[in-house]
Design a protein around this ligand. Sequence first.
Ligand SMILES: N[C@@H](CCC(=O)N[C@@H](CS)C(=O)NCC(=O)O)C(=O)O
Length: 222
Amino acid sequence: MGKISLYGLDASPPTRACLLTLKALDLPFEYVFVNLFEKENFSEDYSKKNPQHTVPLLQDDDACIWESHAIMAYLVDKYGATDELYPKDLLQRAKVDQLMHFESGVVFEAALRRLTRPVLFNGESTLPRNQVDHINQIYDFLETFLDDHDYLAGDQLTIADFSLVSTITSIGVFLELDLAKYPRIAAWLERLKELPYYEEANGSGAAQYVELMRSKNFTIVP
Ligand SMILES: N[C@@H](CCC(=O)N[C@@H](CS)C(=O)NCC(=O)O)C(=O)O
């Protein structure tokens, strides 16, 4: 096995999704902090590794992979003792992929990043109510997806859970998740919190993200 390095920071949801995967697989890795506020993701060295400048980035020996969903899938395919976290069965895999595309396009890009970026990087102090209200639909979808099974893609934990828990535990800073209204999401979150590596890989970083956003004192306007 080569040397694995994960570049990122705890406040970043997709970095945390990869941390959850590395911990679940019990893989030894080096964690390299990338300070986005100091634009370290635009340094010459980092730009060579990831010309898109995003975190997370995985380096496995000389190979560089970015995009958390691709990283998680690669790690399980290459290093997983079983395929449980990313099933090889075509239909089961399609289900996991579908949820990860949902996370990427609908949750992360269209909601979380759209609300985070103006406040964190462009000095905005107000956010439009209609963009924030879009999060209600995400919560509704998730409650429906969880239907009558314990995890998002079925009865077993997969990387789709890691992907979505990273954003769902962050997005509440804009619109709090009403646990009474969404009992299946609440139970799913409790299940994930029971993982022995959850707090280190996602819990503390999600709290950091929430604290960081709150420190910016943004307001939501009609
Ligand atoms: N869909 C990507 C999102 C990556 C992303 O946008 N990461 C943010 C931090 S959470 C970032 O690198 N922002 C800095 C930039 O885009 O320049 C993934 O899952 O890896």
